[in-house]
Design a binder for this molecule. Structure first.
Ligand SMILES: [Mg+2]
Length: 227
């Protein structure tokens, strides 16, 4: 038995559209009438996110005063996970085909995400993802759990999975952030970082994934070439 554990946002889902939409909304709310601000382009905004620039700093770069930037960051935190904005998320091209290919190669698929269950279910319904991930192979946050930080929460989710899932001969993990890499390394699971998500190459390299590739399709290709 073989297993591929994949993160959701980053390898499968492109959330840059939602994050940029919410950035624009929060900037609008935080600014004074007639205040000159500097609206970042989507690609400039996303590059800052990929370089882990804080929301407050992004507010300041966009022309907000320090206090406004604080309010901007607070509002952003409060609304970025509102279900109404998930319509701006997009499936990453080629990722569903990659899941299909991994399944054909004999890999059992597991999804491991910091999304809350309702946030995951919304995407599952839209893209019929239950064909890849049965309910008992979905590791996410419950609707009422308190989030801490991904780097703390993700390894906990991996602990749970390792306890519950039957042992297999070979496991791979794919993810787009340091939290995924930390979760995999804690359990000596081979981990492939993908650059299709919210971290730049420079950021991900610091955490030394076993491999670093463009996206999930390349990750599955890599696995198929290695086994
Ligand atoms: Mg992710």
């Amino acid at each position: 038995m073989l297993r591929l554990i994949t993160d959701f946002d980053g390898p499968l889902m492109d959330i840059s559209g939602r994050y940029y939409h919410v950035y624009q909304l929060c900037l609008e709310k935080a600014q004074q009438p007639k205040q000159k601000i500097h609206l970042l382009s989507k690609s400039d905004f996303w590059e800052l996110k990929r370089d882990r620039v804080s929301e407050e700093e992004i507010g300041r770069i966009s022309g907000l005063e320090a206090e406004q930037a604080q309010a901007f960051a607070k509002l952003r935190r409060e609304i970025v996970h509102d279900l109404s904005y998930f319509i701006y998320d997009q499936i990453i091209p080629g990722s569903l085909e990659a899941l299909w290919k991994a399944q054909k190669m004999g890999y059992e698929l597991v999804v491991m995400t910091m999304r809350r269950r309702r946030e995951l279910e919304a995407a599952f319904q839209e893209h019929h993802l239950e064909r890849f991930f049965p309910l008992e192979r979905c590791y996410c946050l419950s609707n009422d759990s308190i989030k801490t930080t991904d780097i703390q929460d993700k390894p906990k989710l991996m602990d749970k999975a390792q306890k519950e899932l039957p042992p297999v001969e070979d496991t791979w993990m794919v993810g787009d952030t340091e939290a995924d890499i930390a979760a995999a390394k804690k359990h000596d699971i081979k981990v492939i970082g993908v650059l299709s998500g919210i971290r730049s190459r420079q950021q991900l390299e610091k955490y030394q994934p076993d491999y670093l590739v463009a996206n999930l399709a390349e990750a599955v290709d890599l696995i198929s070439n290695l086994v």
